[in-house]
Design a protein around this ligand. Sequence first.
Ligand SMILES: [Zn+2]
Length: 165
Amino acid sequence: MYPSSNTSLVSMKNNLVSKKVEVFVWRAKWERLPVLSELDKRGIDVNSVLCPLCGIDIETVNHSLLSCSHARIVWQKVRDWWGFDSANLSFDNLLRGCVPSNCSDLGGQIWQAVEWICGYLIWKNRNQKVFKKTSWTPPNALSEIQVLSYDWVAKRCKKRKNRMT
Ligand SMILES: [Zn+2]
């Protein structure tokens, strides 16, 4: 199923992340990331549709970004960092940014940005594993997510603050 209007694009906006992260989230939402099961569906000859990281399940967008054991370790670390429960991890929550109800609007937006950056880096790591045969260790993953989140979010919050003054 593909979006029929621009409204789906609008909902994939978060001005605390870069355009490439928004595009990544949009592609993930509409299952347009080139995971092996999608390539296979389109008739592209792939040796195996099993996840290149865990080698256990079929590689779908949901598997690659959320349910793969490698992704789950990274999500666990990011949620521990924020003090959030990992139990309600789902693709919908990832897209919406699932925040506790007492979180401010900006807090919610920042958490959504961190989640999107985390998904983006999980996908980048998957590609590095497939194409360059290198991949993260979970502690390195967390520090990369923290550094990138801080850099991008702080830069954009500052821009926004400057616009308001
Ligand atoms: Zn996997």
